[in-house]
Design a protein around this ligand. Structure first.
Ligand SMILES: Cc1ncc(COP(=O)(O)O)c(C=O)c1O
Length: 439
């Protein structure tokens, strides 16, 4: 192990979203990574079956990204993000806006998906305020994950992420989630209930008054809860209700952005354009923390036009918004995706991946599988203690040489776009072996 990787104590670091005591008793450390593989502290290879946390479709430690960040940092390691800027921030915003659906062409940089969500909330507030509207209610959905900041936890619908933290943003109404126990093992978009489920937004309109609702936030494919694609007609109906009532539609594309479910963004795949999009993760191939909020031109114009000439228009931003290292990583990543045709590669690999994952459908430990693009949720049958079997499976998978992200009892597989069929085969073999040995 490299000297700077050695540690005498695991005590001081408080690991996020992790059973700290269990981890420290039997740590799972990654000491290096390359392409599709991680190396653990015993020197063993671990296939990265979730691209980290859906972050790294071009593979770990890509030399072009490392080189771009290194070069950028020899020139600039920090620039004040308020009142000054640097060319790479503009270049990245322009490059990104060319990828985004029209008319979404204005980009605000942040440092994570959670910051993107809270920034989107504040953008919604600033927009309605600029338009002279008095809207203070937000609609989101059960089982949603919108990060961990106070606004995002308010919007989220995962009980464990909420129950300890009750003092979060008020005035949030949750629509029903879209998982239907009568329609299991769906590949792609479910056929049933799309309009009915989307009409939960109409119920909120009928109940509270459409003019009181500021925005509706959805993950177009709910990712962290298990890869739930929207039932047919669902997003279209949400768009229609938003249009009829002046409600802004926000797509949280922190996972779905940058080719994960096919196309560029979920907005393209499903043919529904939101007013605001959030993104992070694959924006820099996971190499440097960065997120973004992209808005329609009309939203940017409304907010900037509402301010007096010379005045700051949006009292919001982070010290590290558009950091030079992150911009360099973002530019290099978007170039890689384009030059190496990685979104097309992901689309081409998707049928093989989905066939392989759905081959586990009759496994006695599997309750449901949902997959779209290069993402699939594989829900294990609970052993009566929610999350216990998932936690055991995740650890055993790691020791069997596969990293998979779990939420509760659901594994969320998301291979790299550079994965080959042999990597998919390896993933499914290791899943099968691990599931066979579960209690
Ligand atoms: C849809 C969605 N939104 C927001 C976030 C929060 O992103 P971060 O962990 O970068 O704050 C995540 C993270 O997984 C996510 O999946």
């Amino acid at each position: 192990m490299a000297k700077d990787m050695q540690t005498n104590s695991l005590e001081n670091f408080w690991i996020p979203f992790t059973d700290n005591k269990g981890f420290k008793a039997k740590p799972r450390l990654i000491t290096s990574a390359k392409g599709n593989y991680l190396t653990n502290h015993h020197g063993n290879s671990v296939l990265d079956g979730s691209s980290g946390l859906f972050c790294s479709p071009a593979g770990h430690c890509h030399p072009k990204i490392i080189e771009a960040v290194h070069k950028a940092m020899q020139n600039l390691t920090y620039v004040s993000a308020f009142g000054t800027s640097h060319p790479a921030a503009f270049a990245l915003a322009q490059k990104l806006s060319r990828l985004l659906p029209e008319p979404i062409n204005h980009v605000f940089f942040v440092n994570s998906g959670s910051e993107a969500i809270d920034t989107a909330l504040k953008t919604v507030m600033a927009y309605h305020s600029a338009m002279g509207e008095d809207r203070h209610r937000y609609v989101s959905r059960e089982r949603a994950y919108h990060g961990v900041n106070i606004g995002g936890v308010g919007l989220s619908g995962l009980v464990n992420n909420r129950k300890t933290f009750q003092d979060v943003m008020p005035n949030i109404v949750h629509m029903r989630h879209t998982w239907n126990p009568d329609e299991l093992m769906v590949r792609g978009q479910p056929e049933l209930n799309g309009i009915d489920l989307a009409n939960d937004l109409q119920r909120a309109v009928d109940n509270y008054g459409g003019t009181t609702i500021a925005a509706c936030f959805v993950e177009p494919v709910a990712g962290s809860t298990g890869s739930l694609a929207p039932p047919k007609g669902y997003l279209e109906r949400l768009r229609q209700i938003c249009d009829e009532n002046g409600i802004l539609l926000v797509f949280d594309e922190v996972i779905t952005g940058f080719g994960r479910i096919g196309g560029r963004f979920a907005a393209d795949v499903f043919g529904v354009t939101p007013d605001i999009m959030t993104m992070a993760k694959a924006l820099t191939n996971g190499s440097i923390p960065m997120g973004a909020v992209a808005v329609k031109d009309s939203i940017y114009a409304a907010i900037t036009d509402a301010a007096a000439p010379g005045a700051i228009e949006f009292f919001h931003g982070y010290t590290y918004s558009g950091h030079p290292a992150a911009c360099a990583a973002g530019l290099a990543s978007l170039e890689l995706y384009e030059d190496e045709g990685l979104f097309q590669q992901a689309e081409a690999l998707s049928p093989y991946f989905l066939d392989a994952i759905y081959s586990l459908r009759d496994h006695p430990k599997v309750r449901d599988i949902r997959g779209i693009g290069l993402m699939a949720g594989l829900e294990l049958r609970s052993n009566g203690k929610p999350g216990a079997r998932g936690s055991e499976a995740q650890k055993n998978l790691f020791w069997n040489g596969l990293h998979a992200k779990f939420t509760g009892d659901t594994a969320i597989l998301a291979p790299m776009f550079i994965a080959e069929e042999k990597h998919i085969d390896e993933m499914v073999e290791k899943l099968d072996k691990t599931l066979n040995a579960l209690n």
